[in-house]
Design a protein around this ligand. Structure first.
Ligand code: NDP
Length: 285
């Protein structure tokens, strides 16, 4: 089915962030919209840091149906919402704002759903409740991931961060089932884990590299990286070389996009379109 022309009733949704030009979300959502024949467009709203509040004020009231929110506004988005789901409050961040017609703003966070969908999709048979997992990093991504893993039954999340105090603060806040350490604790923390998840920005261009002893993980451990550019990060390449199964950040991105689509357009995305193939083609330099 081809996409209908833009009309007076075309629904507008999008992604707000800064910078946002690299975002794959417009590609993913517009492919789904076209396949579903929905009269809507999904665009990128580049909102420089001091203009995010103005953007949200302008969008509220329903002129825009809703937006995904990406770096660096996820915490600010939650703070501006009228109401928020429990998972957004636990993650202390929102990646979805829905602008209701009465002027209220609803916040949600589907990053955790995306993470779990990625494991389901790429690590077939992986049992989230089977044992402890390590998360590298203690920023927004790590916080949301930890909350989602605990909610999915993971018995223990070991948060290792470059800045130990931040890992400790996050562990204290999230409570039972979360322990903190520094990156130097990796060899011991990797013992007996079912998975290691990179939620640091190390591996992104100009953000430095992460060197961790993946060989200390059990051979059955799955290694996941939230970064998807490059798709095969140095950590995932190291994991592959050791024979570990891997899960990539693109699968997580698509996994969070699906419930976002449903929140904006009232139905799940159509299954017929291979958005991963489209995204991979766009990522290919
Ligand atoms: P934050 O800025 O909140 O946190 C960054 C984290 O990375 C901090 O823990 C920081 O440690 C750590 N860090 C940065 N540089 C290094 C380094 N050189 N060595 C070791 N640790 C480092 O970012 P987010 O949590 O929001 O995002 C983290 C990553 O996850 C990003 O790359 C983001 O793009 C990705 N992401 C992907 C998603 C997806 O759908 N695939 C969804 C959400 C996030 P310290 O505290 O010491 O500064």
């Amino acid at each position: 089915m081809s996409k209908p022309p833009i009309t007076a009733s075309t629904i507008i949704a999008g992604v707000a962030g800064w910078p946002v030009r690299h975002s794959l979300s417009p590609l993913i959502h517009n492919a789904w919209l076209e396949a579903a024949g929905i009269d809507a467009v999904y665009v990128a709203f580049g909102t420089p840091a001091d203009h995010f509040e103005d953007f949200v004020r302008g969008a509220r009231g329903g002129a825009v149906r809703g937006v995904n929110v990406t770096l660096p506004f996820k915490q600010q988005a939650l703070a501006m919402a009228t109401r928020a789901t429990e998972r957004a409050r636990t993650a202390a961040a929102a990646n979805i704002l829905i602008f209701e017609t009465d002027g209220t703003i609803s916040a949600d966070n589907t990053d955790g759903l995306g993470l779990i969908a990625a494991f389901k999709g790429q690590a077939r048979g992986f049992d989230l409740a089977a044992g402890p997992m390590v998360i590298l990093g203690a920023g927004g991504g790590a916080r949301g991931a930890t909350a989602a893993l605990l909610a999915a039954g993971c018995p223990e999340v070991r948060i290792l961060n470059r800045t130990l105090a931040k890992a400790q603060a996050l562990a204290a806040e999230l409570g039972a089932g979360v322990v903190a350490g520094g990156l130097a604790d990796a060899p011991r923390a990797f013992e007996g884990v079912t998975a290691v998840i990179n939620a640091t920005s190390a591996g992104l261009a100009n953000a430095g590299q992460l060197t961790v002893p993946l060989e200390a993980t059990p051979s059955s451990a799955v290694v996941m990286d939230m970064i998807y550019k490059p798709l095969m990060t140095p950590l995932l390449l190291q994991a592959q070389a050791l024979g570990r199964r891997t899960v990539d950040g693109l699968e997580m991105l698509i996994g969070q996009a699906a419930p976002s689509f449903e929140a904006f357009f009232g139905r799940p995305p159509p299954g017929a379109v291979d958005v991963r193939a489209l995204a991979l083609a766009a990522l290919d330099p």
